[in-house]
Design a binder for this molecule. Sequence first.
Ligand code: ATP
Ligand code: MG
Length: 239
Amino acid sequence: MALENNGFRPILWKQGEHVVVIGRTGSGKTYLISKLIQLRQYVVFFRTKPDKNKFPDLFHTRTADAMRHFNGMRLLLEPDYKRQAVEGYRMLDNAWQDGSWCIVIDELWYAEEQLGLRDYVNRMLTQGRSKDISAVLGVQRPVDISRFALSETKHVFIFQTEGRDLKFTLRDSTTERIVPAVQSLQRYEFIYYNRETGQIAKGNANALERVFTSTYRSQPLDGDTRIRHDQRKGAARRL
Ligand SMILES: Nc1ncnc2c1ncn2[C@@H]1O[C@H](COP(=O)(O)OP(=O)(O)OP(=O)(O)O)[C@@H](O)[C@H]1O
Ligand SMILES: [Mg+2]
């Protein structure tokens, strides 16, 4: 099987490209996402349920207004329960206005179905690229993400997944080669699939440094975007 020595050609995750992380509860999705977003400069991690993952490099906030302030550009947005829907909406709307954010929705099904954010999420997925917005989506089962949404993601990470989910839903929306690859996974391992190149590789979140070179981290925002952000920073300082 073409797993390329169990390793990777370096993955270039560009701003504006979307990522999906699929895996059953406890498989390591949130942990992997916490590593991936270290590559991004303007992040909002929308957390709608408690877990043990730590985000020491993110500024913890309860409101999406924090996106408006210079010091809060890398955020863990954890709204009060009753305000999840409205803050989720505001987060997506702010990102839409500004462009260039990396928006993490850790529980996609919950955000779409329970919080009613499906339309806004879909707008981000289909048109976000033109605004340089990257979405990172976490889902427990392949059936929790629509085929449409999945088709908009370029980088697919899959942890252990079983039975029908794997053999039908996932295979149909990715590639045949996914099935044996995912079946060979140990705990905390994932299969990476690149929808554009067809690359498949096996990995672990603790070895991501080997996967993504540090040059991506320092990749600057493009001219337009930088201006938008700088204007906003200036506005925040004047307050
Ligand atoms: N690669 C890894 N190596 C060691 N420990 C890991 C790894 N990935 C995850 N863990 C640990 O396993 C536990 C579960 O991981 P995580 O919370 O990321 O799972 P999850 O898929 O997000 O689960 P849920 O669907 O319930 O949110 C965490 O305590 C995390 O620290
Ligand atoms: Mg999680």
